[in-house]
Design a protein around this ligand. Structure first.
Ligand code: SAM
Length: 164
C-alpha cells in the first residue's frame, strides 16, 4: 500500500475499541487509508467510500478488497442512498456547513446503535481562507440539535458518537 500521509495512527487508541460493523460509509476517500483500515479491522459485509476526487492510488491501495468506490460528493450520495450504515466516518469537506449537512444526512441513514465519527474537530481554517467556518462549527451545531440522541464515546480531535 502506498499512503503519502498517515491519517490513521493517531486515532488507533479509539478505533481499536470499535466493534465489528457490518455496513460502513467512509466519507472522503483520498488515498484510501481509512477505508482500508475499516475494511481490515471491522469486518464489514459492505463498505462504501465516497469522494468526488479521490487520489488515483486509492484503487491500487484497495488491492483485492471488496470496497465500493463512489465518485460523488457525500451530499449527493447521502441524499439518494437507500442503504443504512452501522458506522459513518465524516472526513470529507472541511467546511463547517458541509460537515453539518454530512452529519444530518448521515443521521437519517444511521442504524440504531450506529457510530458517527467526525474527524478534524480542532482543525483550523488556513489563513488565506478566512471565510470558511471550520468543521467544529458544524459539529457543534449538530451536537446542539442532535446531541441528546447520542452517547459520546470519545471527544478529542475526533468526536465519536453512538446512537442511543
Ligand atoms: C483528509 S482527506 C480524507 C482522508 C481519508 N479519510 C483517509 O483517512 O485516508 C479528505 C478527502 O475528502 C474529499 N472531499 C472533499 N469534499 C468532499 C465531499 N463533499 N464529499 C466527499 N469527499 C469530499 C477530498 O477530495 C479529500 O480526498
Amino acid at each position: 500500500m502506498n499512503f503519502t500521509q498517515d491519517f490513521i495512527t493517531q486515532h488507533l487508541p479509539q478505533w481499536d475499541k470499535l466493534p465489528v460493523c457490518p455496513t460502513i460509509l467512509d466519507i472522503g476517500t483520498f488515498e484510501g487509508s481509512s477505508a482500508v483500515w475499516f475494511y481490515d479491522n471491522l469486518c464489514p459485509d459492505y463498505l462504501v467510500t465516497v469522494d468526488p476526487k479521490p487520489k488515483p492510488i486509492a484503487e491500487e491501495n484497495f488491492g483485492g478488497r471488496d470496497i465500493q468506490q463512489v465518485r460523488l460528493s457525500s451530499h449527493e450520495y447521502l441524499r439518494d442512498t437507500v442503504r443504512t450504515f452501522d458506522l459513518i466516518y465524516i472526513d470529507g469537506s472541511h467546511r463547517g456547513e458541509d460537515v453539518l449537512e454530512d452529519a444530518i444526512l448521515s443521521y437519517r441513514v444511521l442504524e440504531p446503535r450506529g457510530f458517527l465519527i467526525f474527524d478534524d474537530y480542532f482543525w483550523r481554517v488556513p489563513r488565506c481562507e478566512e471565510y470558511w467556518a471550520p468543521p467544529k462549527v458544524g459539529i457543534d451545531a449538530f451536537l446542539n440539535l442532535f446531541g441528546p440522541k447520542f452517547e459520546t464515546i470519545h471527544s478529542g480531535y475526533q468526536i465519536i458518537l453512538r446512537l442511543k
